[in-house]
Design a protein around this ligand. Structure first.
Ligand code: NAD
Length: 423
């Protein structure tokens, strides 16, 4: 049994493991299956030599972890960041397995990362890192093996390079090798908005469950990148009042509501700093905004934001985890005692991987859907998954997070038993 102590509270691998262990115990998972699922299937380390623009040769370290292929090919993003570690990639790969199982899509979990600082790299250097990383992994990725996607520090352009490099190696264009591609290269309508839109669908469900109305619901969103900004505009359009927003530069809090369309134009159209948005509200730090009055708190930035040190200060009735791992395992109990209704990350932000699954299906069919079809199918998956998690929580007398893990582990264990262990 992993016991999380203050010393290792911020280690996300241990946080993920602690929740897995609680859920596995509650399920009464047999020891063999428990061991099988606890460890990754494969961990690959690659050393990536890259000619830098200044003529020097640099070697970057990259990882790809396959956590599970039990329910289908592995699926998971590629992260480019200076603080990537193998432990982090392992935790994120396991989360992908549970996330895909919670929303019942036919994928296992993977994750990749390269230790580099995209803010210090030119486009050419980024391209060379991406292509060599992909070339090193050619035998381990593919539409039936492992399907990467963007994550922190990577984007549609990075995925286009991955697709092209893989295609050159296998000698034919293979769009289904990655998702999150540009629309013109086999990307899907609605992918960019999918994670934020999925957050809106589960917030709508939580409100209905708790007898709340969106017009009386104040929302604080930390992170204004893909997930945060899309969640903000979706919730705004649905009638919620967004009272707090934050990015890495700082936060704004405004009881009257922040004008989200104008803020999007300010940040993405005019490329101005979020905290300088005229008339936006009171300036706060990106951390302090988490503890302001609201009904929904939606962290959509980075890990370890709500911890045992600050969870008692959360004022929200609902915590919708847009980011992966924004809450530590030690904070879970505090939130539960406070009666916060948690929509855990492996459910709340699963809209992204769900539409990635739709992209993979469309690429393999060579037939593309209208955006309304993508959105309708996404809504169906998110609402159904929310109902299943809440029902599981009520039936087993556990919180929503443990229920989501139990549901996921149970599905993977069932598939594993059907397949059997290849000797
Ligand atoms: P992004 O890079 O587009 O945006 C990140 C945002 O967070 C930016 O606005 C940045 O300024 C802000 N930020 C960074 N550090 C911060 C800090 N310390 N305090 C406050 N704000 C900070 O990334 P994204 O794709 O929106 O991903 C955000 C989170 O959601 C990550 O945890 C990611 O793994 C998770 N996620 C993303 C997707 C997806 O489809 N993009 C899907 C599932 C989960």
């Amino acid at each position: 049994m992993v016991t999380i102590t203050a010393r290792n509270e911020l280690n996300i691998y241990e946080s993920a493991e602690a929740r897995f262990e609680v859920a596995a115990q509650k399920l009464g998972l047999e020891e063999g299956l428990y061991k099988y699922m606890k460890y990754p299937n494969k961990e690959i380390t690659v050393y990536i030599p890259v000619a830098m623009d200044n003529g020097h040769l640099e070697v970057f370290i990259g990882y790809r972890v396959h956590h599970s292929i039990v329910r289908g090919p592995c699926k998971g993003g590629i992260r480019f960041a200076p603080d990537v570690t193998l432990n982090e990639v392992r935790a994120l790969a396991a989360w992908m397995t549970w996330k895909c199982a919670v929303v019942n899509i036919p994928f296992g979990g993977a994750k990749g990362g390269v230790i580099c600082d995209p803010s210090k790299l030119s486009m050419g250097e980024m391209e060379r890192i991406t292509r060599r990383y992909t070339a090193e992994l050619t035998e381990w990725i593919g539409p039936e093996r492992d399907v990467p996607a963007p994550d922190l520090g990577t984007n549609e352009q990075t995925m286009a390079w991955v697709m092209d490099t893989y295609s050159m190696h296998v000698r034919h264009t293979t769009t289904a090798v990655v998702t999150g591609k540009p629309l013109d290269l086999g990307g899907s309508h609605g992918r960019k908005e999918a994670t934020g839109r999925g957050c809106q669908f589960v917030c709508d469900k939580a409100l209905a469950k708790l007898g709340m109305k969106c017009e009386n619901t104040r929302v604080i969103i930390q992170g204004f990148g893909n997930v945060g900004s899309m969640a903000a505009i979706m919730l705004h359009r649905a009638g919620y009042k967004i009272v707090g927003v934050a990015d890495i530069y700082g936060a704004l809090y405004n009881e009257k509501g922040v004008d989200i369309p104008a803020l999007l134009d300010w940040v993405y159209g005019k490329h101005k700093p979020l905290p300088e948005f005229p008339g936006g509200g009171t300036k706060l730090s990106a951390h302090e905004v988490l503890f302001q009055p609201c009904e929904i708190l939606l962290p959509a930035a980075v890990e370890n934001q709500i911890t045992s040190q600050n969870a008692h200060r959360v004022e929200a009735r609902i915590l919708c985890e847009g980011a992966n791992g924004p809450t530590t395992a030690m904070a879970d109990e505090i939130l539960e005692k406070k009666g916060v209704f948690v929509i855990p990350d492996i459910l709340a932000n699963a809209g992204g991987v769900t539409v990635s699954y739709f992209e993979w299906v469309q690429d393999r069919q060579g037939f593309f859907w209208r955006e309304s079809e993508v959105n309708e199918r996404l809504q169906d998956v998110m609402e159904h998954s929310f109902d299943e998690v809440v029902r599981y929580a009520e039936t087993h007398g556990v919180n929503n997070r443990i229920a989501a893990y139990m549901l996921a582990i149970d599905r993977v264990a069932f598939a594993l038993k059907l397949r059997g262990i290849y000797a």
